[in-house]
Design a protein around this ligand. Structure first.
Ligand code: 5GP
Length: 183
């Protein structure tokens, strides 16, 4: 465990078990289809990599990059598409793969934008949720874990660009966030 973590909230073993469960649910629900897994960069990358290998179906992947927090830890409320999908999703079964739903503002914007492209279906798979922070209701069909209202890092989630490669999900020591130290 990196010395910068104050505590581990979700150890790697628990994440791996949960991702396999989610993959099995997706496999069952999309049987006979060829879903398009849409990963939200960059936090969703690690989750997508594990999830797609737990899905026992032909599936495709695509990526979107959306502005969110910048280098800080609080939402700007500004949502902007920095990189759009390569695929035309009209008539496709689309599953958004996200790291964490916090206020819900990002996904609320994103689902509206993608629904306008007329996919056959659109669902959300998020590894984490912070329900106490929600500002808009979001229907997350596939959900990993609830986390408390704390800023978490690891398994794709960063602080100022670092800590994405931690296998566990945890909370940083206050002095790290104050001092801007890196992993
Ligand atoms: P929302 O629009 O739901 O408030 O924010 C969603 C995005 O904010 C997530 O995809 C993630 O990039 C970022 N975010 C929200 N909470 C956390 C957190 O605790 N840790 C990190 N690293 N990012 C977070």
């Amino acid at each position: 465990m990196t010395p910068d973590l104050e505590k581990v909230l979700i150890p790697s073993e628990d994440i791996q078990l949960k991702v396999r469960e989610l993959g099995a649910e997706v496999t069952r629900d999309y049987a006979g289809e060829r879903p398009l897994l849409v990963c939200i960069l960059r936090g969703g990358v690690v989750f997508l990599g594990d999830l797609m290998r737990a899905v026992d179906l032909p599936c495709e992947i695509d990526f979107m990059d959306i502005s969110s927090y910048g280098a800080g830890t609080s939402s700007s409320g500004v949502v902007r598409i920095l990189k759009d999908l390569e695929e035309d999703i009209t008539g496709r079964h689309v599953l958004i793969v996200e790291d964490i739903v916090d206020t819900g503002l990002t996904l609320s914007y994103l689902t509206r934008a993608l629904l306008a492209r007329k996919p056959a279906s659109l669902e959300v798979c998020s590894l984490l949720t912070k329900p106490s922070r929600r500002k808009v209701e979001i229907n997350v069909k596939y959900l990993g874990f609830e986390v408390p209202d704390e800023f978490v890092v690891g398994y794709g989630l960063d602080y100022a660009g670092a800590y994405r490669n931690l296998p566990d999900i945890g909370v940083l020591k206050p002095e790290v966030i104050g001092g801007g130290a890196q992993a």
